[in-house]
Design a protein around this ligand. Structure first.
Ligand code: UDP
Length: 241
């Protein structure tokens, strides 16, 4: 088996990646497919942190647009990420992968509270740690939560599993001339306003020198972990690589 380029990674999955062909909620076969990729990464010897979004259930911003107080709506969004985390945990454990869910908002009868040193210990023991409830603060996103936890856990890369196989100059679904970057700098992602992750998340990864690897969940995580196959790596200095 080809060696993985990274010893410890954080995998960010958006809530929408869990809803399959549905328009809302959790599709268990889809969750299981994601879980299989996490298992594949573990079998390559990679330590895995996981952050799951909540957009398939609840997005604070859209509820705030309908008139709800933003902070309360965001707390509801964070609770949605806990539901997704439990669904992913269920699928992983069914595949025999040991996991812990740690929430940034304490709910001790459901999962562990997030304690950094404890999370590190879980990783050292080979457990997959699923970080729920984002950063625990309203006005943030799970992308930022992912960048934050990746820095705290000393991850070698932030893997962003999406529907497309990397970052394009334009939306490949609507623009036939769009081309994919193999590598791009943080600066260029920000300057071109490419919709990879939100700006706070890009800044955090940049400050901490953590590459972001954007890959297609359909193609699978193995190629992205070994540097084979199609994906985009965000990193490097201020000029495109
Ligand atoms: N959220 C938040 N703080 C965080 C992370 C998430 O308030 O640190 C809320 C926010 O309302 C967001 C929702 O949780 O809309 C779901 O997260 P996100 O939109 O990042 O999920 P994704 O787009 O990845 O599915």
């Amino acid at each position: 088996m080809t060696q993985a380029l990274y010893k410890r990674v954080l995998l960010k999955i958006s809530g929408e990646a869990l809803m399959g062909d549905g328009e809302f909620g959790i599709d268990l076969p889809t969750v299981e497919r994601v879980a299989r990729q996490v298992k594949a990464a573990r079998e390559m010897g990679v330590e895995v942190c996981l952050v799951v979004g909540g957009g398939n259930i609840f997005r604070g911003l859209s509820m705030a647009a309908s008139g709800m107080e933003r902070a309360s709506a965001d707390y509801m969004g964070m609770l949605a990420t806990v539901m997704n985390a439990l669904a992913v945990q269920n699928s992983l454990e069914a595949l025999g992968v040991h996991t812990r869910v740690m929430s940034a908002i304490e709910m001790t009868s459901v999962c562990e509270p997030y304690i950094r040193r404890r999370a590190l210990r879980h990783l050292e023991k080979g457990r997959v740690v699923i970080f729920a409830a984002g950063t625990g603060n309203p006005f943030f996103t799970t992308d930022t939560g992912a960048a934050l936890r990746a820095a705290e856990m000393g991850c070698d890369a932030l893997m962003k599993g999406t529907q497309v196989d990397g970052i394009y100059t334009a939306d490949p679904k609507t623009d036939p001339d769009a081309t994919r970057f193999d590598a791009i700098s943080y600066h260029e992602v920000l300057a071109r306003d490419l919709k990879v992750m939100d700006q706070a998340a890009i800044s955090l990864t940049r400050e901490n020198g953590i590459p972001i690897v954007v890959f297609s969940l359909k193609d699978g995580i193995e190629g992205a972990l070994t540097g084979a196959g199609q994906h985009t790596v965000v990193g490097g200095s201020d000029s495109a690589q």
